[in-house]
Design a protein around this ligand. Structure first.
Ligand SMILES: [Zn+2]
Length: 372
């Protein structure tokens, strides 16, 4: 603990050194003050009229100084007094802050009704689910109902009944995740994670006679390594309409209406031939780019979402292949229909300008709360 030394020399250098030591000591002792009792001891030690450090300085330095040094020493002592008083006041303030709050005991015993309550954020729809609901509502308004089915499917419903015969090369276009250890079962009974929501078309037609108008939202899986545009799990919305006299014109009119409802009345649609085992003829439908308005450019920059073509591929569709009706006991001579399917994640990506599909699935609240 600091005690005031007698000064042997009163030169400026000696005074500087003595002052520096004293200031360091007061600072150190101030920092040790934790309670009100600490602070009183600290204050008295430095400021008491009798035996306080300031009193001792007065006696040992100022009074003992030779005449010619008195002015110099007096100035230093006055400055020191001011510094010590400041340190004492500051220590009181800090100690007072700690002491002014209620003690832990009091806190645990009382209920402060003025405190804000625990905030429980409400949350909101995930952007992919929100997009699926928007798509569904467009078709609901056209009189479609919603059907769902199992995510773990049999080979029969996922492939065979949709006109993918065993060993047909079209199966290779859907890299499938199979459930292990089923070699003892016949192939059509083996389980897999459905690669599309199309099995629900078969399940619905098995239990329902035409007319059928359904949309099928759901989760599907493919063995795709994750990257910015692929995920082993993603979401589709499919649709199916089967009735008498349904033609390709009905397909075009229905989907054109749906795209205008989803992306704005100014979008145009365009169809080009494609292939799916369960539809014949099949088509891919494109919409005019609703980001650049079909120009392929955004200002002077190229439009990335449409790859500068002005068109965005949005879904696959076609007239239901008559072979499929054979699996569900419909008479292909009496009924006809169309089916379509789109990736909900892809549409959400386009709609919200997201550049990485992984963002939808890694559960980062900072990303998701932008869609609240
Ligand atoms: Zn564009």
């Amino acid at each position: 603990m600091y005690s005031v030394p007698k000064l042997k020399s009163f030169t400026a250098a000696a005074l500087d050194k003595a002052v520096e030591k004293l200031l360091a000591a007061v600072k150190e002792e101030a920092s040790a003050v934790k309670t009100e009792a600490d602070w009183k001891t600290f204050r008295d030690r430095w400021m008491a009229r009798k035996n306080g450090v300031l009193t001792e300085i007065n006696d040992l330095w100022l009074k003992a100084a030779p005449k010619e040094a008195k002015r110099e020493v007096g100035q230093r002592v006055n400055q020191l007094k001011a510094s010590v008083e400041e340190a004492v006041a500051k220590a009181e303030h800090l100690q007072g802050q700690a002491a002014s709050g209620p003690s832990a005991k009091v806190l645990s015993d009382t209920l402060d009704i003025t405190l804000p309550g625990n905030r429980r954020p409400l949350g909101s729809e995930h952007p992919v689910i929100k997009t699926m609901h928007e798509i569904i509502s467009v078709f609901r308004n056209l009189g479609y109902s919603v059907e769902e089915g199992p995510v773990i499917e049999t080979d029969y419903y996922n492939f065979e009944a949709l006109n993918f015969p065993p060993n047909h090369p079209a199966r290779d276009t859907q890299d499938t995740l199979f459930i292990a250890n089923q070699e003892s079962k016949p192939q059509r009974d083996r389980l897999l994670l459905r690669t599309h929501t199309s099995p629900v078309q078969i399940r619905t037609m098995e239990k329902m006679k035409p007319p059928v108008r359904i949309v099928i939202p759901g989760k599907v899986h493919r063995n795709d390594p994750p990257d910015a545009s692929h995920s082993p799990m993603f979401h589709q919305v499919e649709g199916l309409a089967v009735d008498t006299n349904i033609t390709f014109c009905d397909l075009k009119g229905t989907l054109d209406h749906a795209m205008k409802a989803l992306f704005g009345s100014s979008v145009k649609t365009s169809f080009r031939p494609s292939f799916f085992p369960f539809t014949e003829p099949s088509a891919e439908m494109m919409v005019s780019c609703f980001i650049c308005g079909g120009s392929g450019k955004r200002g002077s920059e190229p439009c990335r979402p449409c790859k500068q073509t002005g068109w965005i591929e949005i879904l696959g569709c076609g007239m239901v292949d008559p072979n499929v009706y054979g699996f569900v006991d419909y008479d292909p001579k009496k009924v006809s229909g169309f089916a379509f399917g789109m990736g909900a994640d892809r549409i959400a990506i386009l709609k919200y300008g997201v550049d990485d599909i992984q963002l939808f699935f890694n559960g980062d609240v900072r990303f998701l709360e932008q869609f609240g």
